[in-house]
Design a protein around this ligand. Structure first.
Ligand code: DGL
Length: 295
């Protein structure tokens, strides 16, 4: 008999707590699902790291999630979706949902003339993942991208409508504001918190696309298609959520920021014992010395 429901949790990962914006959207569209979240607070930010590093981190976390028996993995981090998606899909049997393709699709739908802006981390913008995804869906589209690396720390500082954040955003968006855009993809976990500010700057004619919200809808669609939604029958178990971090947050404002991302107070968080994580399970290699090096 085909599977018609699946009580296992949805796995979600991000470089830190920004991916909670995606979890908030999952809670909205899939209120009966359990979520198991991993935020790599020990190694964030990823947005200025190389493809190789981001791919390695993503593989390590995906294997942690797979060992927790999740039914699918949502790559909430735009940087990881940009750099590691193909490798993740090649290595894991569990379905992997990214943020790029769903957001690109929504932007194309919202932009009849194909005038689309993208903002994200240096890594996301440098990868060209969004323009490539948009080109596959709408070959004639005109995409303008801008990396906005200072916005992540400003959001983590809680400066959502602060004069400094406004000045930084104005500087970053200067070209995009004059480009007659129809939509702007918020290609970073942190930017939905800046949506009111960004929307004011871009004006009413520009539709903001929340990549986390689009990924949540794509997850709902995929699970429904595979007959893997959690049961909603009377007597079915209530959803249970688990939040794992790889390092204990040091800032006092952590709970406030986490609540802003998640839209509700963050429940109990487990700081993982790093010795239990795959990247500590590998045997240590001797460094290879090149030609003239001596010990
Ligand atoms: N989560 C990252 C992203 O969406 C932003 C934070 C970071 O640079 O690690 O690209």
């Amino acid at each position: 008999m085909p599977v018609t429901s699946d009580p296992r949790p949805i796995g979600v990962f991000d470089s830190g707590i920004g991916g909670l914006t995606t979890v908030r959207e999952l809670f909205r569209v899939l209120p009966h699902e359990s979520v198991l979240y991993f935020g790599d607070t020990a190694r964030l930010p990823w947005g200025n790291k190389s493809k190789e590093t981001v791919t390695r981190f993503s593989l390590e976390i995906a294997s942690f999630l797979e060992r927790q028996n999740v039914k699918c993995i949502v790559v909430a981090c735009n940087t990881a979706s940009s750099h590691a998606l193909d490798t993740l899909r090649a290595r894991f049997r569990v379905p992997i949902i990214d943020v790029i393709e769903p957001a690109a699709r929504a932007a194309v739908a919202a932009s009849p003339r194909g005038l689309i802006g993208v903002v994200g981390t240096l890594a996301t913008v440098g990868s060209g993942a969004y323009p490539n995804a948009i080109a596959r869906l709408a070959p004639g589209a005109n995409v303008i991208s801008r990396a906005c690396p200072l916005l992540v720390p400003l959001v983590e500082e809680g400066w959502l409508d602060h004069a400094v954040t406004r000045a930084v955003a104005e500087e970053y968006l200067a070209e995009l504001r004059n480009a007659g855009l129809e939509s702007l993809i918020l290609g970073c976990t942190h930017y939905p918190l800046l949506a009111p500010l960004l929307s004011r700057l871009m004006g009413p004619g520009v539709t903001l696309i929340d990549s986390g919200a689009e990924a949540a809808r794509a997850t709902a669609h995929l699970l429904a298609e595979r007959g893997q939604l959690a049961s909603t029958a009377a007597g079915a178990k209530a959803p249970v959520h688990h939040f794992f971090l790889s390092d204990e947050p040091r800032r006092r404002s952590f709970a406030t920021i986490a609540q802003a991302f998640l839209g509700r107070p963050l429940p109990h968080v487990t700081v993982v014992d790093q010795t239990d994580l795959p990247w500590f399970e590998r045997p240590h290699r001797q460094p290879t010395l090149s030609g003239g090096d001596t010990l």
